[in-house]
Design a protein around this ligand. Structure first.
Ligand code: ASP
Ligand code: MG
Length: 468
């Protein structure tokens, strides 16, 4: 069971989380609990690090001091037993004292390395997991804290360390299994890890889901539950499309297509360890625990309608590169991509014709420089305020007439670029940003009029607020 930042953001949230875990224990389950830092703490730790590295020692220590108060207050609200509370407060103070040491050192050295950054952000999960353990014990759950850095072993690529399967399996067997066997509930931080030498690393932002999947995989769990603050994956953004529906079940591949589109629910790449082992992943809402969420499975379930979800990404730009003489010349594409590489600008979608190449990128301030470099090869124009609409569904494989249906539904909209993904489960196209909301509502009306009750929650057509 992995609980994200909003599920441990304050005493009330931690209380709900404890009740959810107690419910699983009462069912005879043996959960392992992975928690994020309290909401926004990782961002604030990074801000403190940046301030210190810029020489703003006072600013950095002020952020740390506010965080110290927030964690102490949370502990006081949750833990009533005086001995337990005293021990917890001592732990919290000890950790913040160490953090302050690091920040002072950083303010003297003025250089923030990835390794120091990982050390600084690790305090978020190290402290939240201790508080949650104490809160669970207070609620009568036999919880035991485990330092995630002793279980999740990675290489030494700080800030995006790569987990090492074999040592993680070994550590899980040594450190977690004896606890679950003894009917205890291990509680550990997500996101943080260490290399073989014991130096703290992290799995990258949002990495707690990854920890959840790694632990679930290593323990061969029955299921992996990702507890967040939305009901699951929706057919489209409920803020744009009020009759959006919860998707009850979706394939890993489909969820992966959606992840790119700010479907902030979870990053499917991070649940790969679970998918490889065929462990189902459930996305659940800790604010609405009764809702059955979204189940992510390795194979797509059969669905009567072609699409599962419509996602949109805004703030994109289209770059058109036109060079009639050169397109088919050997090495031409490479020279175009080399320019994007030089500016470290990722390209999302590409489409070519005999004389032109169109590419889409996130709108960014490097575009004029990129265009200037491209201008040395060919004629270039670029245009911002574009949106990418992506229709995802396993049933578009092998169905005919899908494109006709999609573009009929939005026949009043000017489509700038079209791509059907190699994965055959998405159909994407670029339109003007101003047309995007309207287009999504039209498409939703066309394709989710009569939703398959096996796949979509037709009963509760209710709005949810996204995590971000
Ligand atoms: N606390 C980390 C972050 O904010 C990891 C996570 O919450 O998944 O990125
Ligand atoms: Mg997250």
């Amino acid at each position: 069971m992995k609980f994200g930042g909003t599920s441990v953001e304050d005493p009330a949230a931690i209380g709900r989380t404890a009740a959810i875990v107690a419910g699983r224990v009462a069912l005879g389950k043996q959960p392992v609990v992975v928690v994020s830092a309290m909401a926004k703490v990782t961002d604030q730790l990074l801000r403190a690090a940046a301030a210190a590295a810029a020489g703003d020692r006072t600013g950095a220590l002020a952020i740390s001091s506010r965080l110290r108060c927030r964690h102490r207050d949370t502990a006081v609200a949750l833990v009533k037993n005086p001995t337990d509370l005293a021990a917890l407060l001592q732990f919290i103070d000890g950790k913040f004292d160490s953090l302050d040491e690091v920040l002072r050192g950083l303010a003297a050295i003025l250089e923030l390395t990835p390794r120091i950054s990982d050390l600084i952000v690790s305090f978020g999960e190290r402290i939240s997991s201790k508080i949650v353990t104490a809160a669970f014990r207070e609620q009568g759950i036999d919880a035991a804290h485990v330092d995630a850095r002793e279980v999740i072993i990675t290489d030494s690529q700080f800030q995006k360390a790569v987990p090492q399967d074999a040592p993680i399996e070994k550590r899980a067997a040594e450190k977690l299994k004896p606890l679950t066997d003894a009917k205890q509930v291990p509680v550990m931080g997500g996101f943080i890890a260490s290399n073989e030498a014991g130096i703290t690393t992290t799995l990258g932002r949002g990495g707690s889901d990854f920890t959840g999947a790694l632990v679930g995989g290593a323990m061969s769990a029955e299921s992996i539950e990702i507890w967040t603050d939305v009901d699951g994956i929706m057919t489209s953004d409920p803020r744009v499309c009020p009759d959006a529906l919860r998707v009850k079940v979706i394939s890993f591949e489909e969820a992966a297509e959606l992840a790119y589109f700010g479907a902030k629910v979870l990053h499917p790449a991070t649940i790969l360890p679970a998918v490889k082992k065929n462990i189902p992943v459930l996305v659940l809402n800790s604010r609405n625990a009764a809702c059955e969420g979204t189940r992510i499975t390795s194979l797509a379930p059969p669905c009567k309608s072609p699409f599962k979800s419509i996602a949109v990404k805004k703030k994109l730009s289209i770059i058109d590169v036109v060079a009639s003489r050169m397109l088919m010349t050997h090495g031409y594409m490479k020279s175009i991509f080399d320019i994007f590489d030089k500016h470290q600008c990722p390209v999302d979608m590409v489409s070519t014709s005999e004389v032109s190449v169109s590419l889409t990128v996130d709108s960014n301030d490097k575009l004029p420089a990129i265009a200037a470099d491209l201008g040395k090869l060919a004629d270039v124009k670029y245009e911002g305020r574009k949106a990418l609409v992506c229709m995802v569904g396993d049933d578009i494989r092998g169905r005919s007439g899908m494109a006709a249906q999609v573009f009929t539904a939005i026949k009043h909209v000017n489509v700038r670029m079209i791509s059907q993904g190699a994965s055959e489960i998405n159909m994407s196209f670029m339109i003007d940003e101003d047309d995007a909301d309207e287009a999504v509502r039209s498409l939703h009306a066309a394709f989710f009029q009569d939703p398959d009750p096996a796949i979509f929650d037709v009963e509760a057509r209710k709005a949810v607020v996204s995590e971000q």
